[in-house]
Design a protein around this ligand. Sequence first.
Ligand code: SAM
Length: 208
Amino acid sequence: MTKDWIRQRKRDPYYRKARAEGYGSRAAYKLKEMNSRLHIITTGSRVLDIGASPGGWSKVALETVGPGGVVVAVDLVPMDALDGVKFIPGDIEDPLVLEKVLNICREFDAVISDAAPKLSGNRTLDRGRTLALSWAVLTIASRVLRKRGSVLVKMFQGSEVEELIDEFGPQYSSIDRMKPRSSLQRSIEIFIAFRGKKDDRQIDPGAV
Ligand SMILES: C[S@@+](CC[C@H](N)C(=O)[O-])C[C@H]1O[C@@H](n2cnc3c(N)ncnc32)[C@H](O)[C@@H]1O
């Protein structure tokens, strides 16, 4: 963290708002904005939050689903306990982690992922890693999402976005690309919403 970065963060209105309103991160406002437009999470939804730490999205999800909903969060790094959120530490690509998720909830209405790999600074490499992670998220979604469920996933702008949409888009009724206002202008992140899963869950025989 450079002094410049710390200074910029202190001036950032979303960072200050997140601290004042008790969200774990400024990322919370990205989900609020996208969800108010697309209604991916609603009252009573069962939500799987991938790449959840420090917990901004999980808190927004929890507030949105209310007492009748479920929020399961997964991350490589620990997150402060949030009353009502079931946190599973680990790598979402590890089958044992997925097994633990399914032991808590067998079927989800929404999979949301703000997961980002450790950045190397090499844009091509980082875009490739982000594609691989989002690919894993959508593969998991085909296992855990109910029919008509939705996925919200983070990507970096580039041709990989179309690769992801070409592969998984046909499984959903609609696709939306979004850059929320609270996403930093200098960031190349973009979010893709895949809504209305057409088929039932694809469960491997013998798997969880
Ligand atoms: C931008 S942060 C998420 C912020 C979070 N949505 C919030 O609102 O507070 C990205 C997270 O993705 C996690 N992540 C990256 N790769 C992962 C993986 N393979 N499995 C689980 N989490 C992962 C990182 O550890 C990091 O905490």
